[in-house]
Design a protein around this ligand. Structure first.
Ligand SMILES: [Zn+2]
Length: 410
């Protein structure tokens, strides 16, 4: 591009002022250079810069001249100006496969208030994954069925994993059959404690693939109940809690989320046991919650889905991993469009629109709703409408025969 000619016709006074500014800035630059050379230390080979300093040029480290804020207080404002499309309501009606309505199902008023929230974000049906069983499940189903909202909630049944040993399976299967008769449509959410911490009467850890449990998984296949299962937690929770740990702040805020290797099985052991379970029961439908905590390694999750057609996955609480790899996540959702279910986990109506924005738009570099989960921004993955419909409701309807089947888009 040609420079406009007016640049060369500025008045003499302006030119003189420009010259002075140029001189001043080169003087300051010279001083800064001298200071910087004095204040810099060399990076240690293979170990990077010493604590409290950062690399400013190859091999040269520098410490801030002002006291640095802690990571809790540093909240830079993005200066990026780009198209923004907030999505308050999902484009199609949604089944939340990973709901925790808890007390909201204990009174008709609380349920009515929850339904108003669900309407505002276009969630048509919530599955309660609160592990209910027996009388609690029966009275919850009765309460829901006594309101105008009986097709807005379905309940998953819980399995009691205490005292696994002789006689356990017969009792557990009988209870599950009773819960299905009372209205349960699936099983879950089987908690992360299963595998991590639940013990057998002899004190040994109950492994996820323990053969004593086989009859309950076979019963789920026979009763056509999808099994919604949460195994392990983010892999960083199992790793050393040093300053390279991506989830350092979260574990500092919630220390119980750290799984020290002296006390807990490893992430890999838990996934191996989980996959053995899925493999040994090919007629049982399993939905691995939180994308199996493998949303940061979609190729590996894809390998699991390729190998085991009875396995599905759900996206609750891992939006930070989906939204930081918009191209890879887009391709994963398209390739596995028949295997991914929407779920949210913790019920915070204001947080659902972040999911809609990631799944439906091409927006760039926007905030996630939990700063302590992720130190990065999110991007929209721009799913096609057919894929959105499958993730939002069609897949859940297909794998859960007892859901209300009418009223969904063609
Ligand atoms: Zn959950």
């Amino acid at each position: 591009m040609r420079l406009p000619s007016m640049q060369f016709t500025a008045p003499r006074s302006a030119r003189r002022a420009g010259l002075r500014a140029l001189l001043l800035s080169s003087l300051l630059a010279g001083r800064a250079l001298a200071q910087s050379d004095a204040g810099e230390t060399a990076a240690r080979p293979g170990a990077g810069c010493p604590a409290g300093s950062t690399e400013v040029r190859p091999g040269a480290c520098r410490a801030p001249q002002l006291p640095p804020p802690s990571i809790v207080d540093y909240r830079p404002r993005s200066t990026l100006i780009t198209a923004r499309h907030d999505v308050r309501r999902a484009k199609y009606p949604v089944i939340d496969f990973h709901g925790h309505p808890e007390d909201r199902l204990r009174s008709a008023d609380a349920l009515a208030a929850m339904v108003r929230s669900l309407d505002s974000i276009n969630v048509r049906l919530m599955l309660s994954a609160d592990n209910m069983s027996g009388q609690a499940l029966a009275s919850t189903v009765a309460l829901v069925n006594g309101t105008p909202y009986k097709d807005r909630v379905r309940v998953l049944a819980g399995i009691n994993f205490r005292d696994v040993g002789p006689g356990w399976a017969e009792k557990a299967v009988a209870q599950l059959e009773a819960d299905v008769a009372a209205g349960a449509v699936g099983v879950g959410e089987i908690s992360k404690g299963f595998g991590l911490s639940i013990r057998k009467p002899d004190g040994s850890r109950l492994h996820i693939d323990d053969p004593a449990l086989d009859p309950i998984w076979d019963a789920c296949a026979r009763l056509r109940l999808p099994v919604f299962i949460h195994t392990a937690d983010p892999e960083e929770f199992f790793r050393p809690l040093d300053y390279a740990n991506e989830r350092w702040l979260e574990q500092a805020l919630f220390p119980y989320r750290h799984y020290a290797p002296e006390r807990y099985p490893s992430f890999e052991d838990l996934l191996t046991e989980r996959d053995n379970l899925f493999r040994r029961h090919p007629k049982t439908t399993f939905v691995t919650a939180h994308m199996g905590w493998q949303a940061n390694d979609l190729a590996r999750l894809g390998t699991l889905l390729d190998e085991l057609p009875n396995v599905y996955t759900e996206i609750g609480a891992v939006l930070y991993d989906i939204g930081r790899q918009p191209r890879g996540a887009h391709d994963f959702f398209v390739k596995y469009q028949d295997r991914v279910l929407f779920g949210k986990d913790s019920f915070q109506p204001s947080e659902y629109p972040y999911y809609w924005r990631v799944l439906e738009t091409r927006d760039e570099y926007f905030d996630y709703y939990r700063g302590y989960h992720a130190f990065w921004k999110l991007y929209g993955i721009d799913l096609p409408d057919t894929v959105l419909q499958k993730v939002y409701f069609r897949n859940a309807l297909r794998i859960t025969p007892r859901l209300p089947k009418t009223g969904w888009p063609e």
